[in-house]
Ligand binder design. Structure first.
Ligand code: GCU
Length: 418
């Protein structure tokens, strides 16, 4: 008898675990949930206007995300150490001015450094708006430009020389010609320069430069890799502010997937970015966590423990206890331009969760008398909705496509004016 009760208990536990491990891809299985109210302070006070938002609620949400999710980052360095190399006025068949800018993070140019590749329209006669974006691969992959040297690439946990055939290999995801033809510049850096993306990659990146004496790793509320990549996006912005060819009041920050999570966090913190674009950023980015659909907090923390801070681990399978959710992260971008995009087959990122977060976040834009998404009805494929917060879902898989860029360029034109 005793044995059979024990056995029953064990089987019940195994069943529970199996159920917990099941990934939800069925809307009917999404649990009922209540989102934390966007326009209510944690002490219950209502947030009635833009002033209360900017002075009280925005800092409160920012502090929550800082300590509970991405971790605190260091202050802006007193001085940006950089060098411009490889300036060419007639790159890409004469359509672009190109520069490679090396940004140094360590003292005396020792330690990690990142390459920022900048293309501006060749014909530009005044400072141009720029799209700043993070890349998974070294910058020589974004266009077929023989003037850009091949950079080494991390393969698993080893750095290796790149092959010539990798030059321009990601061109379809970047659409450099379209961006230049729209009259904008494109500035790109590879996230691996800042910290290579694997467990244990930290020692090759910038985070050790900021450890306090006696510390061997960041504390539970200090930055993870996403916050490090985001911090570096702000250092790229520091450079863009110095470049006379660039209108730094009109810089959009764009990232795909984990780099979409990064763009959201960088844009939330650094209000110099006038537009933030999240391409399929999913869980830990634009998707509502409480929906439990697709990837979950626990998946992030177990597969990518280096991305978020130590405190974030306590929300594994406890999304309901989060004093925040993705609508609050998105609202930190208000009243600037925000674009959230999904792909139909990218169920892992929870497209509906991304839409709903953008729709719920829109209340923050309304405080500034700006229209956000403007509907709670998810649009069909290829039907972008919204004004200063815009959303689309396109056919196809997890990727960045020409269609996505066409929408981002239209959005930039409407935010920035022609
Ligand atoms: C994985 C991860 C996602 C992430 C994606 C990416 O799929 O689970 O959270 O967004 O990688 O960065 O491509």
């Amino acid at each position: 008898m005793r044995r059979s009760i024990g056995w029953l208990l064990l089987s019940a536990c195994a069943l529970l675990r199996a159920q917990q491990a099941e990934v939800i891809y069925d809307e009917a299985k999404v649990p009922k949930y209540t989102l934390p109210e966007l326009l209510k302070m944690r002490d219950g006070k209502k947030v009635a206007d833009a002033k209360a938002w900017g002075n009280a609620r925005r800092p409160e949400i920012l502090a929550l995300y800082e300590s509970e999710v991405f971790g605190k980052s260091p202050a802006k360095p007193a001085k940006l150490d950089y060098e411009v190399t490889l300036a060419d006025k007639a790159a890409l068949g004469g359509t672009a001015q190109r520069k490679l800018v090396t940004i140094y993070f360590g003292e005396a140019r020792k330690g990690p450094k990142m390459d920022l590749l900048v293309y501006l329209p060749a014909a530009a006669s005044k400072p141009v708006p720029v799209i700043l974006a993070l890349s998974f691969a070294p910058v020589h992959t974004i266009a077929n430009d023989p003037g850009v040297p091949l950079a080494d690439v991390w393969v698993k946990d080893k750095k290796q020389p790149s092959l010539e055939k990798s030059r321009g290999s990601a061109a379809a995801q970047w659409q450099v010609e379209k961006i230049l033809a729209a009259g904008y510049g494109l500035a790109v850096f590879c996230y691996d320069d800042v910290e290579p993306d694997f467990v244990g990659g930290m020692k090759h990146g910038i985070r050790p430069l900021f450890l306090k004496p006696g510390q061997s790793e960041p504390a539970a509320e200090e930055w993870g890799a996403i916050a490090a990549w985001a911090w570096a996006s702000s250092r790229a912005m520091d450079y863009l502010e110095k470049d006379k060819g660039i209108d730094s009041t009109r810089v959009a920050l764009m990232g795909h997937s984990r780099l979409g999570k990064t763009a959201l966090w960088a844009g939330a913190r650094d209000q110099r970015f006038s537009i933030v674009i999240s391409n399929e950023s999913g869980e830990g980015g634009a998707a509502i966590s409480r929906r439990d659909y697709g990837e979950r907090t626990k998946d992030l923390n177990s597969h990518f423990p280096h991305w978020f801070d130590g405190n974030f681990k306590k929300y594994n399978e406890r999304e309901d206890e989060m004093p925040f959710d993705a609508h609050m992260l998105l609202a930190l971008i208000a009243p600037r331009g925000l674009y959230v995009a999904s792909a139909e087959l990218d169920r892992h990122s929870d497209p509906r969760g991304e839409f709903l977060a953008a729709a719920h976040a829109s209340a923050a834009w309304q405080l500034f008398a700006r229209k956000g998404i403007g509907t709670m009805e998810m649009p069909g494929l290829h039907e972008p909705v919204g004004e200063h917060v815009r959303y689309h879902i396109r056919a196809g898989k997890h990727d960045v496509t020409a269609y996505d860029w066409e929408q981002y360029l239209k959005f930039a034109a409407s935010e920035w004016g022609r």
